[in-house]
Design a protein around this ligand. Sequence first.
Ligand SMILES: CC(C)(COP(=O)(O)OP(=O)(O)OC[C@H]1O[C@@H](n2cnc3c(N)ncnc32)[C@H](O)[C@@H]1OP(=O)(O)O)[C@@H](O)C(=O)NCCC(=O)NCCS
Length: 155
Amino acid sequence: MPTETRIRNADEKDIYIISEILRPYAENKLLLSRSPEDILSHLKNFCVALIGDKIAGCCALRNYGNNLFEVRSLAVSSKFSNMGIGTKLVTFCMEKAARNGKVKVFALTYRSDFFERLGFRKVQKSLFPEKIWSDCSVCSKKDNCDEDALLIEIG
Ligand SMILES: CC(C)(COP(=O)(O)OP(=O)(O)OC[C@H]1O[C@@H](n2cnc3c(N)ncnc32)[C@H](O)[C@@H]1OP(=O)(O)O)[C@@H](O)C(=O)NCCC(=O)NCCS
């Protein structure tokens, strides 16, 4: 099996596999679920990781304007864990964000260790305007969110 990982922007033919990669993590409440329709309408935000011609992971970069971005819907299929794919996906998104100059990139996650290794630091969720947590209003954990907010300034 080829082991070299390539990251590219997602296209329409990737939508089903992206939703399948996210699904088990969404079912375990590690990520918000994203329907194929939702993925399609935000497709330009998504990138995918390929091993050979197989999609092993995905990540989205949401632009809030004012040089603020969010890394979200980051997932790597469990059979490809700990091969550096998640790191490459986040790095790709950070580089994409940094093309806009000096930017802030944040993530809301249970994997603060993973993001800290990439240079993110823990911050108070209240640092961000409430409207940024638009997803939170549809999350089952909205009243007792136990995820960490992490932020990096780059560019
Ligand atoms: C978080 C997640 C994306 C990480 O993906 P991954 O591809 O396993 O990530 P990496 O391989 O880059 O890094 C994982 C570990 O492997 C190690 N690693 C990195 N490259 C490696 C390599 N080439 N060989 C062996 N180990 C490696 C890293 O040190 C890292 O350790 P850490 O997690 O303690 O920091 C994945 O576990 C996942 O999909 N989790 C569920 C969804 C989730 O929680 N997403 C984040 C919410 S925003």
